[in-house]
Structures are given as structure tokens and as C-alpha cells.
Design a protein. Structure first.
Length: 202
């Protein structure tokens, strides 16, 4: 039976959409695995198997495991910066509580924040990771009264928030792991007010 002209290009026309979907799937799986298990213990084979694709596609789309981790971190940085606008001090505690308690769009805990705690050994990636942590804490410090210790206090609050996310997601420590946004609101507010509001005039 002869091949009908015009049908052959159809698979090629679908390739860009398939490639985009596969790349996004690899990013989602890798972000979750890097966040939960760390960089060193996560293998490209684990990621490819969970994503249901050939492991060679990681090299095609991201060059290497390091490139994949950097892409995951870059995506997380973009999303965090989009969410971390200049929040005023009176809304800072509520914003932090929401990010700690609420899952990501796919229903998982906020793994993009956990990714900021994971090291890769690549200096460029480490600079990016530290840069976003510094940027977030500087924005938090700017929301406060602006005294000489504002940045230090903001970094302590950020460290506490990341620690809560880690203990809720990785350790499952109760009652912290099961606490709702409402449960966390008052303690987080106390922490923010005790540190970031120091020096504010009444």
C-alpha cells in the first residue's frame, strides 16, 4: 500500500510538544528527588526510570546530571523570586506561614525551597543557590525597621522557615508535620515579630 504524501511529517510536527513535555517531566521528577534525597545519592537512572524515559534524554536536554540540577535550581529560583515580592512586615509572617504549610501546585510539599538546602559541588550552581538565599533574606530585611542587625535577623527567620519545611517534609516530626496553616500562624508570627520587628517604633 503506497504511503500517502503529507502523512510523514505529522510525527515530526508533534516532536516539539513531546520534547517540552518530557523536559518538564524530567525537571519535576529531578526536583523532587534532589530535594528529598540530595544531589549525591540521586542518580540519572533513578530520575529517568521514574519519569518513564530513556536515560539518554537527560544528556540530550541537560548535558549532564550537574546540568539537570542547575536547571532544577534555576526553575526553583525563578518561581521563588516570582512569589517573593516586597512583602510588608505586617504580612511577612502570613506569607511565610502560607509557603511553609501549603503544598506546591502538584500537591507535594514545597520542594523548591528544600532544593535550596542541597549542594551539588559545582561552584556556579552553589553561587546561584547562595545568591537566591541572600536575595530572599535581603528582601525580608528590607521589610523590617532597617537596623544594623536586620539582615542577620532575617536570615535567622529564613533558616527557621527552611528548617520547618525540612522537618515537615523529610522527617515527619509530629505535631509539626501535621500542623495546618492555622496551627502555624501564631508561632511563625511570634518568631517574625520577635526578630524582624525589633527596633520598630510603636
Amino acid at each position: 500500500m503506497p504511503i500517502t504524501p503529507g502523512r510523514a511529517p505529522l510525527p515530526a510536527a508533534r516532536r516539539p510538544r513531546d520534547a517540552e513535555r518530557t523536559r518538564a517531566q524530567l525537571l519535576a521528577v529531578a526536583t523532587a528527588r534532589f530535594a528529598r534525597n540530595g544531589y549525591a545519592t540521586t542518580t540519572v537512572r533513578d530520575i529517568a526510570d521514574e519519569a518513564g524515559v530513556n536515560v539518554a534524554l537527560i544528556s540530550r536536554y541537560f548535558t549532564s546530571k550537574e546540568g539537570l540540577f542547575e536547571a532544577c535550581l534555576a526553575a526553583a529560583v525563578t518561581e521563588i523570586r516570582r512569589d517573593s515580592d516586597d512583602t510588608p512586615l505586617d504580612r511577612l509572617a502570613a506569607a511565610l506561614t502560607r509557603r511553609i504549610a501549603c503544598p506546591d501546585r502538584d500537591g507535594r510539599l514545597p520542594e523548591r525551597f528544600l532544593l535550596l538546602l542541597r549542594t551539588s559541588g559545582d561552584q556556579h550552581t552553589e553561587d546561584m543557590r547562595l545568591g537566591v538565599l541572600r536575595s530572599i533574606s535581603e528582601r525580608m530585611a528590607a521589610a523590617g525597621p532597617g537596623d544594623n542587625s536586620a539582615l542577620l535577623r532575617a536570615q535567622i527567620v529564613l533558616s527557621a522557615a527552611l528548617g520547618i519545611i525540612l522537618m515537615r517534609g523529610s522527617l515527619g516530626l509530629q505535631p509539626l508535620a501535621g500542623a495546618t496553616e492555622q496551627d502555624l500562624a501564631a508561632p511563625v508570627s511570634d518568631l517574625v515579630n520577635a526578630l524582624c520587628a525589633k527596633g520598630r517604633t510603636s
